[in-house]
Design a protein around this ligand. Structure first.
Ligand code: SAM
Length: 405
């Protein structure tokens, strides 16, 4: 019998996924809070009068426009830590052929199976990357990609790095060494590039792989690819020295979002504003979701991953500064509903807009027809954990260019 590492559909109840220790008092407070919100919701929905319903929105942003499907390019990908499929979808639309996905959480692996029934998806016990003999894939994949869990490095957590049992970077490296792909891509939070993890990165990622791969590291913001969210991520890309590639060109952020900044504080910022004018304009949240214009708009603050806190939550709020941004554009970031009908029937008290899972998915760059398996907190967890697909798509395209040269 395997130790409980989160193989079940329980999600955050699994000991493996318990992000922070909480006291019985805190647990009671959270539980009381949940009961209170549930009662408030029942009251709001049952006592609702005509006129209190929120108008159902029709989004203007179609994420497929940010990542039109490309013909197959013959390159084969293997996905580790696949979650709800952000990286997988981006590579798929960019024309890569999916070989297999590995994901520990059963409910997230089901998302992949629902959306791509023909894919080979390993979930739960079978999806645990720590138990796989990758040599079986030797010669069968060109690209290995994955976003090892970011909690050990995230500034929102305890930043325990390799002391955190969730540190899976060594497992990603083991996979790359066993398969020898032509290219590998790893994604993580920007916190991993802080001074604190410099030695860790050298020892765990660069040193074991640098003899066989030319490795580059750069930061991308999802908004630079048309996603209406501030979401910076660090990308590591390793190109096999056997390919003898002279120059790799990282993806260009071809959308500007400077028009969504509320204040121009310095001359430099003004300069940036001018320089960006030849780029396409990224939509703000209200425009993307098809909400009435307030005369100004903003990018969404980074959507919180709801799987890693002390309790299951249906809020995407990541910080107090994020709350200010949501307030400024009239969006309620808590109590996200499973669909737009339910959000409409549960109007917020102050007239701000209540989000649905589909809205949050759009704010992360997932198209409407990508279905997330599980209750709201699990769906939001998969969304908030993911690489925004349009960013993944552009990374994938930059990799495809290597093979065209
Ligand atoms: C940051 S998320 C990856 C998101 C994904 N790249 C995307 O774009 O949607 C990390 C994922 O790694 C999974 N994970 C953690 N440990 C794992 C393990 N031992 N084997 C397989 N997956 C694991 C987590 O369940 C989580 O879904």
């Amino acid at each position: 019998m395997k130790e409980d590492k989160g193989y079940t559909d329980k999600g955050t109840e699994a000991s493996w996924y318990e992000g922070w220790d909480i006291t019985p008092e805190q647990r009671k407070r959270y539980s009381d809070l949940s009961k209170k919100s549930y009662q408030a919701k029942l009251k709001a929905v049952t006592e609702n009068k005509v006129g209190f319903y929120q108008k159902i929105n029709k989004p203007n942003l179609n994420p497929y426009d940010l990542m039109p499907k490309l013909p197959k390019n013959g390159l084969k990908t293997l996905s580790l830590f696949s979650g709800g499929g952000g990286l997988d979808l981006g590579f798929d639309l960019a024309g890569f052929t999916h070989v297999a996905s590995y994901e520990l959480l059963e409910f997230a692996s089901k998302t992949l199976k629902i959306n791509r029934p023909n894919w080979e998806v390993f979930g739960g016990v079978e999806g645990d990357v720590t138990t796989v003999n990758w040599k079986d894939y030797n010669g069968k994949v060109d690209i290995v990609h994955g976003g090892p869990p970011c909690q050990p490095f995230s500034t929102a957590g305890k930043q325990q790095g390799k002391k955190d049992a969730r540190d899976m970077i060594p497992e990603f490296v083991r996979c790359v060494k066993e398969i020898h792909p032509k290219v590998f891509i790893a994604e993580n939070v920007v916190g991993l590039t802080s001074k604190k993890f410099k030695v860790y990165l050298e020892q765990t990622l660069f040193n074991p792989l640098k003899n066989d791969f030319d490795i580059q590291m750069f930061t991308l913001n999802a908004a630079g690819f048309g996603v209406p969210q501030i979401r910076k991520r660090i990308i590591f890309i390793g190109i096999s020295k056997c390919l003898k590639v002279e120059k790799y060109r990282q993806p260009d952020e071809h959308y500007t979002y400077s028009h969504l900044k509320r204040k121009k504080k310095t001359d430099n910022e003004l300069l940036l504003f001018n320089l960006d004018e030849d780029k396409k304009k990224c939509m703000g949240v209200r425009e993307a979701l098809g909400l009435e214009s307030l005369g100004y708009d903003a990018l969404a603050p980074t959507l919180r991953c709801t799987l890693t806190g002390p309790r299951s939550t249906t809020s995407i709020l990541s910080s107090t500064s994020a709350q200010k941004i949501w307030n400024s554009i009239g969006i309620w970031p808590n109590g996200v509903q499973s669909n737009r009908d339910k959000a409409s029937a549960f109007a917020t008290k102050d007239g701000t807009f209540r989000l649905s899972v589909a809205d949050c998915a759009i704010l992360q760059g997932f198209p409407e027809d990508w279905i997330f398996n599980g209750p709201v907190y699990q769906a939001l967890g998969q969304i908030g954990n993911s690489v925004a697909p349009p960013m993944a798509y552009n990374i994938a395209n930059s990799v495809a260019q290597i093979f065209k040269a």
